[in-house]
Design a protein around this ligand. Structure first.
Ligand code: CTP
Length: 415
Protein backbone atom coordinates (compact mmCIF):
# COMPACT_ATOMS: atom_id res chain seq x y z
CA UNK A 1 0.00 0.00 0.00
CA UNK A 2 1.55 3.29 -1.08
CA UNK A 3 0.77 6.64 0.52
CA UNK A 4 1.66 10.27 -0.11
CA UNK A 5 4.66 9.66 2.15
CA UNK A 6 6.03 6.81 0.01
CA UNK A 7 9.55 7.74 -1.20
CA UNK A 8 8.52 8.02 -4.85
CA UNK A 9 4.93 9.18 -4.41
CA UNK A 10 3.81 11.36 -7.32
CA UNK A 11 6.78 10.39 -9.51
CA UNK A 12 6.07 9.28 -13.06
CA UNK A 13 8.44 6.65 -14.37
CA UNK A 14 8.58 5.29 -17.90
CA UNK A 15 10.08 1.80 -17.76
CA UNK A 16 11.37 0.78 -21.18
CA UNK A 17 11.94 -2.94 -21.52
CA UNK A 18 14.04 -4.22 -24.43
CA UNK A 19 14.65 -7.72 -25.79
CA UNK A 20 17.10 -9.37 -23.44
CA UNK A 21 16.86 -12.61 -21.52
CA UNK A 22 16.89 -10.33 -18.44
CA UNK A 23 13.36 -9.06 -19.29
CA UNK A 24 11.93 -11.11 -16.43
CA UNK A 25 14.01 -9.03 -14.00
CA UNK A 26 12.17 -5.89 -15.17
CA UNK A 27 9.06 -7.39 -13.54
CA UNK A 28 10.78 -7.21 -10.15
CA UNK A 29 11.92 -3.67 -10.87
CA UNK A 30 8.39 -2.63 -11.84
CA UNK A 31 7.04 -4.02 -8.56
CA UNK A 32 9.75 -2.26 -6.56
CA UNK A 33 9.12 1.09 -8.26
CA UNK A 34 5.38 0.72 -7.70
CA UNK A 35 5.90 -0.22 -4.03
CA UNK A 36 7.87 3.01 -3.65
CA UNK A 37 4.79 4.92 -4.79
CA UNK A 38 5.84 5.68 -8.38
CA UNK A 39 3.35 5.58 -11.25
CA UNK A 40 5.03 3.37 -13.82
CA UNK A 41 4.18 3.27 -17.50
CA UNK A 42 5.82 0.38 -19.33
CA UNK A 43 6.92 0.48 -22.94
CA UNK A 44 8.30 -2.61 -24.67
CA UNK A 45 10.27 -3.12 -27.84
CA UNK A 46 8.93 -5.76 -30.17
CA UNK A 47 11.68 -8.23 -29.24
CA UNK A 48 11.00 -7.76 -25.51
CA UNK A 49 7.42 -8.96 -26.09
CA UNK A 50 8.86 -12.29 -27.30
CA UNK A 51 10.33 -12.97 -23.86
CA UNK A 52 7.39 -11.78 -21.71
CA UNK A 53 3.93 -10.75 -22.88
CA UNK A 54 2.79 -7.15 -22.40
CA UNK A 55 -0.12 -8.53 -20.37
CA UNK A 56 2.23 -9.38 -17.47
CA UNK A 57 3.41 -5.78 -17.26
CA UNK A 58 -0.11 -4.45 -17.81
CA UNK A 59 -1.46 -6.40 -14.86
CA UNK A 60 1.40 -5.39 -12.59
CA UNK A 61 1.52 -1.71 -13.59
CA UNK A 62 -2.25 -1.33 -13.79
CA UNK A 63 -2.00 0.52 -17.10
CA UNK A 64 -1.74 -0.41 -20.79
CA UNK A 65 1.71 -1.19 -22.13
CA UNK A 66 2.97 0.74 -25.13
CA UNK A 67 4.80 -1.49 -27.52
CA UNK A 68 6.02 -1.58 -31.08
CA UNK A 69 3.17 -3.94 -31.83
CA UNK A 70 0.91 -0.88 -31.86
CA UNK A 71 0.34 1.30 -34.89
CA UNK A 72 2.27 4.48 -35.61
CA UNK A 73 -0.79 6.48 -34.50
CA UNK A 74 -0.66 4.84 -31.09
CA UNK A 75 3.03 5.66 -30.98
CA UNK A 76 2.29 9.36 -31.53
CA UNK A 77 -0.30 9.30 -28.77
CA UNK A 78 2.19 7.90 -26.32
CA UNK A 79 4.79 10.49 -27.20
CA UNK A 80 2.86 12.82 -24.92
CA UNK A 81 4.02 10.57 -22.06
CA UNK A 82 7.53 11.94 -22.29
CA UNK A 83 6.28 15.46 -21.65
CA UNK A 84 5.08 14.45 -18.17
CA UNK A 85 7.60 11.81 -17.13
CA UNK A 86 10.07 12.40 -14.29
CA UNK A 87 12.49 9.71 -15.46
CA UNK A 88 12.90 7.16 -18.25
CA UNK A 89 14.46 3.89 -17.11
CA UNK A 90 15.69 1.52 -19.82
CA UNK A 91 16.03 -1.90 -18.16
CA UNK A 92 17.24 -4.21 -19.48
CA UNK A 93 18.94 -2.29 -22.28
CA UNK A 94 20.42 -4.44 -25.05
CA UNK A 95 23.55 -3.54 -27.02
CA UNK A 96 21.27 -2.88 -29.98
CA UNK A 97 19.09 -0.39 -28.08
CA UNK A 98 22.16 1.26 -26.56
CA UNK A 99 23.48 1.88 -30.08
CA UNK A 100 20.12 3.20 -31.29
CA UNK A 101 19.85 5.60 -28.35
CA UNK A 102 23.41 6.82 -28.86
CA UNK A 103 22.80 7.42 -32.55
CA UNK A 104 19.32 8.87 -32.12
CA UNK A 105 17.57 6.26 -34.27
CA UNK A 106 13.81 6.58 -34.04
CA UNK A 107 12.60 3.34 -35.61
CA UNK A 108 10.63 2.23 -32.56
CA UNK A 109 8.60 3.72 -29.71
CA UNK A 110 11.57 3.96 -27.34
CA UNK A 111 13.86 5.63 -29.90
CA UNK A 112 11.15 8.14 -30.79
CA UNK A 113 10.43 8.91 -27.14
CA UNK A 114 14.10 9.31 -26.32
CA UNK A 115 14.36 12.09 -28.89
CA UNK A 116 11.57 14.08 -27.28
CA UNK A 117 12.61 13.43 -23.70
CA UNK A 118 12.68 16.31 -21.22
CA UNK A 119 13.60 14.25 -18.17
CA UNK A 120 16.69 12.25 -17.09
CA UNK A 121 17.32 8.80 -18.55
CA UNK A 122 18.69 5.88 -16.53
CA UNK A 123 20.10 3.13 -18.75
CA UNK A 124 20.72 -0.35 -17.38
CA UNK A 125 22.58 -2.46 -19.95
CA UNK A 126 22.40 -6.25 -19.96
CA UNK A 127 24.31 -8.33 -22.50
CA UNK A 128 27.11 -10.78 -22.96
CA UNK A 129 30.34 -9.76 -21.17
CA UNK A 130 32.36 -9.57 -24.39
CA UNK A 131 29.73 -7.37 -25.98
CA UNK A 132 29.72 -4.99 -23.00
CA UNK A 133 33.52 -4.77 -23.13
CA UNK A 134 33.53 -4.08 -26.89
CA UNK A 135 34.85 -0.59 -27.73
CA UNK A 136 31.77 0.16 -29.87
CA UNK A 137 29.39 -0.59 -27.00
CA UNK A 138 31.60 1.30 -24.54
CA UNK A 139 31.67 4.22 -26.98
CA UNK A 140 27.87 4.31 -27.13
CA UNK A 141 27.62 4.19 -23.34
CA UNK A 142 30.10 7.09 -23.11
CA UNK A 143 28.20 9.11 -25.73
CA UNK A 144 25.00 8.73 -23.73
CA UNK A 145 26.77 9.54 -20.48
CA UNK A 146 28.22 12.69 -22.05
CA UNK A 147 24.69 13.64 -22.94
CA UNK A 148 23.68 13.39 -19.30
CA UNK A 149 22.27 9.83 -19.15
CA UNK A 150 23.01 7.72 -16.07
CA UNK A 151 24.49 4.35 -16.95
CA UNK A 152 23.93 1.66 -14.31
CA UNK A 153 26.71 -0.72 -15.23
CA UNK A 154 25.96 -4.43 -15.54
CA UNK A 155 27.19 -6.74 -12.82
CA UNK A 156 29.73 -9.52 -13.00
CA UNK A 157 28.54 -13.10 -12.70
CA UNK A 158 27.34 -16.11 -14.68
CA UNK A 159 25.69 -15.08 -17.96
CA UNK A 160 22.92 -16.60 -20.08
CA UNK A 161 25.59 -17.72 -22.56
CA UNK A 162 27.05 -19.99 -19.89
CA UNK A 163 30.12 -17.75 -19.66
CA UNK A 164 31.16 -15.70 -16.66
CA UNK A 165 31.64 -11.97 -17.12
CA UNK A 166 30.31 -8.43 -16.66
CA UNK A 167 26.96 -8.30 -18.40
CA UNK A 168 24.21 -9.20 -15.92
CA UNK A 169 21.52 -6.57 -15.41
CA UNK A 170 22.30 -4.67 -12.19
CA UNK A 171 20.30 -5.76 -9.15
CA UNK A 172 16.90 -4.10 -8.88
CA UNK A 173 17.90 -2.34 -5.62
CA UNK A 174 20.93 -0.84 -7.39
CA UNK A 175 18.73 0.41 -10.24
CA UNK A 176 16.19 1.77 -7.76
CA UNK A 177 18.93 3.66 -5.90
CA UNK A 178 20.14 5.23 -9.18
CA UNK A 179 16.57 6.25 -10.07
CA UNK A 180 15.98 7.75 -6.64
CA UNK A 181 19.25 9.67 -6.82
CA UNK A 182 18.28 11.16 -10.18
CA UNK A 183 14.88 12.19 -8.82
CA UNK A 184 16.23 13.79 -5.67
CA UNK A 185 16.62 17.52 -5.94
CA UNK A 186 20.38 18.03 -5.88
CA UNK A 187 21.58 20.68 -3.45
CA UNK A 188 25.27 20.43 -4.28
CA UNK A 189 25.59 24.17 -4.99
CA UNK A 190 24.30 25.12 -1.54
CA UNK A 191 26.55 27.80 -0.03
CA UNK A 192 27.81 28.91 -3.47
CA UNK A 193 27.16 32.39 -4.87
CA UNK A 194 26.88 32.38 -8.62
CA UNK A 195 27.03 35.46 -10.80
CA UNK A 196 25.71 34.76 -14.30
CA UNK A 197 25.65 37.10 -17.27
CA UNK A 198 23.29 36.39 -20.15
CA UNK A 199 21.80 37.73 -23.35
CA UNK A 200 23.10 40.33 -25.77
CA UNK A 201 24.26 43.83 -24.96
CA UNK A 202 22.93 46.90 -26.77
CA UNK A 203 25.05 49.87 -27.73
CA UNK A 204 23.07 52.95 -28.78
CA UNK A 205 23.66 54.72 -32.08
CA UNK A 206 20.88 57.20 -31.31
CA UNK A 207 17.84 57.00 -28.99
CA UNK A 208 16.03 54.56 -31.33
CA UNK A 209 18.85 52.60 -32.99
CA UNK A 210 21.44 50.29 -31.50
CA UNK A 211 24.16 47.74 -32.21
CA UNK A 212 23.41 44.28 -30.82
CA UNK A 213 23.52 40.57 -31.66
CA UNK A 214 21.21 37.56 -31.90
CA UNK A 215 21.82 36.02 -28.47
CA UNK A 216 18.54 34.82 -26.93
CA UNK A 217 19.96 34.52 -23.40
CA UNK A 218 18.60 30.94 -23.09
CA UNK A 219 21.92 29.36 -22.08
CA UNK A 220 22.67 31.88 -19.31
CA UNK A 221 19.10 31.73 -17.98
CA UNK A 222 19.28 27.91 -17.96
CA UNK A 223 22.51 28.04 -15.93
CA UNK A 224 20.99 30.53 -13.49
CA UNK A 225 17.90 28.31 -13.11
CA UNK A 226 19.93 25.13 -12.63
CA UNK A 227 22.33 26.70 -10.11
CA UNK A 228 19.42 28.10 -8.06
CA UNK A 229 17.63 24.72 -8.18
CA UNK A 230 20.82 23.12 -6.84
CA UNK A 231 20.97 25.47 -3.88
CA UNK A 232 23.16 28.37 -5.02
CA UNK A 233 22.38 32.03 -4.48
CA UNK A 234 22.23 33.41 -7.99
CA UNK A 235 22.40 36.89 -9.49
CA UNK A 236 21.60 37.09 -13.19
CA UNK A 237 22.92 40.17 -14.95
CA UNK A 238 21.12 40.17 -18.25
CA UNK A 239 20.97 42.19 -21.42
CA UNK A 240 17.56 42.59 -23.10
CA UNK A 241 15.85 39.20 -23.69
CA UNK A 242 12.31 37.82 -24.04
CA UNK A 243 12.86 35.44 -21.12
CA UNK A 244 11.41 35.36 -17.64
CA UNK A 245 13.85 35.41 -14.76
CA UNK A 246 13.97 31.93 -13.17
CA UNK A 247 12.47 31.49 -9.71
CA UNK A 248 14.71 32.34 -6.79
CA UNK A 249 17.18 34.28 -8.97
CA UNK A 250 17.92 37.99 -8.56
CA UNK A 251 17.57 39.73 -11.93
CA UNK A 252 19.72 42.76 -12.76
CA UNK A 253 18.74 44.13 -16.18
CA UNK A 254 21.40 46.00 -18.16
CA UNK A 255 21.79 47.35 -21.69
CA UNK A 256 25.36 48.24 -22.63
CA UNK A 257 28.65 46.40 -22.11
CA UNK A 258 29.65 49.14 -19.70
CA UNK A 259 26.43 48.69 -17.65
CA UNK A 260 27.14 44.96 -17.57
CA UNK A 261 30.70 45.50 -16.40
CA UNK A 262 29.51 47.84 -13.60
CA UNK A 263 26.77 45.43 -12.49
CA UNK A 264 29.13 42.44 -12.43
CA UNK A 265 32.06 44.30 -10.86
CA UNK A 266 29.80 45.47 -8.01
CA UNK A 267 29.02 41.83 -7.13
CA UNK A 268 32.29 40.16 -8.08
CA UNK A 269 33.73 40.01 -4.54
CA UNK A 270 30.51 38.39 -3.34
CA UNK A 271 30.60 35.66 -6.00
CA UNK A 272 32.27 32.27 -5.74
CA UNK A 273 31.65 31.63 -9.46
CA UNK A 274 31.28 33.90 -12.47
CA UNK A 275 29.62 32.39 -15.53
CA UNK A 276 29.96 34.79 -18.42
CA UNK A 277 27.35 33.47 -20.85
CA UNK A 278 26.46 36.91 -22.23
CA UNK A 279 27.24 37.73 -25.84
CA UNK A 280 28.88 41.05 -25.07
CA UNK A 281 29.12 43.39 -28.05
CA UNK A 282 32.73 44.23 -28.86
CA UNK A 283 32.06 47.62 -30.45
CA UNK A 284 30.01 50.67 -29.68
CA UNK A 285 29.30 53.90 -31.55
CA UNK A 286 32.05 56.38 -30.75
CA UNK A 287 29.70 59.37 -30.56
CA UNK A 288 26.12 58.17 -30.11
CA UNK A 289 23.60 60.84 -31.05
CA UNK A 290 21.30 62.05 -28.31
CA UNK A 291 18.48 62.76 -30.78
CA UNK A 292 17.09 60.55 -33.52
CA UNK A 293 19.12 60.90 -36.71
CA UNK A 294 16.70 61.73 -39.56
CA UNK A 295 17.48 59.85 -42.73
CA UNK A 296 17.93 63.00 -44.78
CA UNK A 297 20.47 64.22 -42.19
CA UNK A 298 22.75 61.31 -43.14
CA UNK A 299 25.00 62.05 -46.05
CA UNK A 300 26.87 58.76 -46.30
CA UNK A 301 29.46 59.14 -43.53
CA UNK A 302 30.57 55.88 -41.85
CA UNK A 303 29.62 55.10 -38.26
CA UNK A 304 32.72 55.49 -36.10
CA UNK A 305 33.13 52.57 -33.69
CA UNK A 306 35.26 51.97 -30.65
CA UNK A 307 35.91 48.89 -28.51
CA UNK A 308 33.80 48.10 -25.47
CA UNK A 309 35.59 46.87 -22.33
CA UNK A 310 36.41 43.18 -22.23
CA UNK A 311 34.47 42.34 -19.08
CA UNK A 312 36.03 38.94 -18.44
CA UNK A 313 39.51 40.29 -18.85
CA UNK A 314 38.77 43.20 -16.51
CA UNK A 315 37.32 40.90 -13.85
CA UNK A 316 39.97 38.21 -14.13
CA UNK A 317 42.50 40.96 -13.33
CA UNK A 318 40.69 41.42 -10.01
CA UNK A 319 39.94 37.83 -9.15
CA UNK A 320 40.82 36.49 -5.73
CA UNK A 321 38.87 33.28 -5.17
CA UNK A 322 36.27 33.07 -7.94
CA UNK A 323 35.85 30.28 -10.48
CA UNK A 324 35.81 32.03 -13.84
CA UNK A 325 33.88 30.47 -16.72
CA UNK A 326 33.64 31.99 -20.18
CA UNK A 327 31.75 31.09 -23.33
CA UNK A 328 33.12 31.44 -26.83
CA UNK A 329 30.90 32.01 -29.79
CA UNK A 330 32.78 30.90 -32.89
CA UNK A 331 31.88 30.31 -36.51
CA UNK A 332 35.01 28.20 -37.16
CA UNK A 333 38.07 26.63 -35.47
CA UNK A 334 36.18 26.24 -32.20
CA UNK A 335 38.95 24.55 -30.23
CA UNK A 336 41.83 26.70 -31.46
CA UNK A 337 40.05 30.02 -30.86
CA UNK A 338 38.59 28.73 -27.61
CA UNK A 339 41.99 27.69 -26.24
CA UNK A 340 43.38 31.13 -27.05
CA UNK A 341 40.52 32.82 -25.16
CA UNK A 342 40.85 30.44 -22.20
CA UNK A 343 44.46 31.43 -21.85
CA UNK A 344 44.16 35.14 -22.67
CA UNK A 345 41.28 35.69 -20.24
CA UNK A 346 42.85 33.40 -17.59
CA UNK A 347 39.75 31.26 -17.19
CA UNK A 348 39.16 27.99 -15.37
CA UNK A 349 36.77 26.79 -18.05
CA UNK A 350 35.67 27.91 -21.47
CA UNK A 351 32.56 26.56 -23.18
CA UNK A 352 33.02 26.82 -26.93
CA UNK A 353 29.95 26.79 -29.14
CA UNK A 354 29.20 27.21 -32.78
CA UNK A 355 27.28 30.25 -33.96
CA UNK A 356 25.97 30.89 -37.45
CA UNK A 357 24.47 28.21 -39.70
CA UNK A 358 21.63 25.81 -38.94
CA UNK A 359 23.02 24.52 -35.64
CA UNK A 360 23.80 27.96 -34.27
CA UNK A 361 23.84 28.17 -30.48
CA UNK A 362 22.00 31.52 -30.75
CA UNK A 363 18.28 31.15 -30.14
CA UNK A 364 18.28 27.35 -30.18
CA UNK A 365 16.70 25.38 -27.31
CA UNK A 366 19.51 22.84 -27.45
CA UNK A 367 23.24 23.13 -27.86
CA UNK A 368 26.35 21.04 -28.48
CA UNK A 369 29.56 22.42 -26.98
CA UNK A 370 33.21 21.68 -26.39
CA UNK A 371 34.44 22.25 -22.84
CA UNK A 372 38.01 23.51 -22.55
CA UNK A 373 39.95 23.59 -19.30
CA UNK A 374 43.65 24.33 -18.75
CA UNK A 375 45.87 21.24 -19.02
CA UNK A 376 43.13 18.87 -20.18
CA UNK A 377 42.01 17.57 -23.54
CA UNK A 378 38.95 19.29 -25.09
CA UNK A 379 35.80 17.56 -23.92
CA UNK A 380 32.80 17.59 -26.30
CA UNK A 381 29.23 17.42 -25.02
CA UNK A 382 26.79 16.32 -27.69
CA UNK A 383 23.57 18.20 -28.42
CA UNK A 384 21.17 18.29 -25.46
CA UNK A 385 18.47 20.73 -24.30
CA UNK A 386 20.10 23.85 -22.79
CA UNK A 387 18.57 23.19 -19.34
CA UNK A 388 20.18 19.74 -19.30
CA UNK A 389 23.44 21.16 -20.61
CA UNK A 390 23.35 23.66 -17.74
CA UNK A 391 23.34 20.80 -15.24
CA UNK A 392 26.18 19.02 -17.02
CA UNK A 393 28.24 22.23 -17.05
CA UNK A 394 27.51 22.84 -13.35
CA UNK A 395 28.75 19.29 -12.61
CA UNK A 396 31.99 20.13 -14.41
CA UNK A 397 32.35 23.56 -12.77
CA UNK A 398 31.98 21.99 -9.35
CA UNK A 399 35.10 19.88 -9.94
CA UNK A 400 37.31 22.84 -10.95
CA UNK A 401 40.13 23.43 -8.57
CA UNK A 402 40.68 27.16 -8.42
CA UNK A 403 43.97 28.41 -7.11
CA UNK A 404 43.52 31.84 -5.56
CA UNK A 405 45.49 34.43 -7.47
CA UNK A 406 47.19 36.85 -5.17
CA UNK A 407 48.85 38.74 -8.03
CA UNK A 408 46.33 40.68 -10.11
CA UNK A 409 46.77 40.16 -13.85
CA UNK A 410 48.62 42.94 -15.65
CA UNK A 411 46.42 42.68 -18.75
CA UNK A 412 44.30 45.71 -19.52
CA UNK A 413 40.59 45.08 -20.13
CA UNK A 414 40.84 46.66 -23.59
CA UNK A 415 43.86 44.63 -24.66
N1 CTP B 1 33.36 38.84 -23.29
C1 CTP B 1 33.49 39.86 -22.37
N2 CTP B 1 33.59 41.14 -22.81
C2 CTP B 1 33.61 41.43 -24.12
C3 CTP B 1 33.50 40.39 -25.07
C4 CTP B 1 33.37 39.10 -24.62
O1 CTP B 1 33.48 39.59 -21.18
N3 CTP B 1 33.72 42.68 -24.53
C5 CTP B 1 33.24 37.46 -22.79
C6 CTP B 1 32.01 36.72 -23.28
O2 CTP B 1 30.92 36.88 -22.37
C7 CTP B 1 32.49 35.29 -23.33
C8 CTP B 1 33.97 35.41 -23.64
O3 CTP B 1 34.35 36.74 -23.27
O4 CTP B 1 32.35 34.65 -22.09
C9 CTP B 1 34.33 35.19 -25.09
O5 CTP B 1 33.49 35.98 -25.89
P1 CTP B 1 33.59 35.99 -27.48
O6 CTP B 1 32.60 36.99 -28.00
O7 CTP B 1 33.52 34.59 -27.98
O8 CTP B 1 35.08 36.45 -27.71
P2 CTP B 1 35.78 37.85 -27.77
O9 CTP B 1 36.58 38.01 -26.53
O10 CTP B 1 34.78 38.92 -28.07
O11 CTP B 1 36.80 37.64 -28.99
P3 CTP B 1 36.56 37.64 -30.58
O12 CTP B 1 35.66 38.80 -30.88
O13 CTP B 1 37.94 37.79 -31.11
O14 CTP B 1 35.96 36.31 -30.94
Amino acid sequence: MTTANSPMAGKRVILAVTGSIAVYKAIGLLRLLSQQGATVHVIMTESATRFVTPLTFEVLSGSPVTSDLFSGQEEMKHLSLTAHADVLVVAPCTANTLAKLALGLADNVLGTMALTLQCPMVICPAMDGEMWAHPTVQGHAKTLENRGAIIVEPEKGPLASGQWGQGRLAAEEVILAAVQKVLQPRRDWLGERVLVSAGPTREPIDPVRFLSNGSSGKMGYAIAEAAAARGAEVVLVSGPTQLECPQGVLHVPVETANDMLQALAARFDWATTLVMAAAVGDFRAKDPHNHKVKKDQWNGEALQLERTPDILLALSAQRTHQRMIGFAAETDNLVEHGQAKLQRKQLDMLVANQVGGEDSAFGNDSNAVIVLTPNAAPSPISRVPKRQLADILLDRMKTLSVSPQSQPSALHPLS
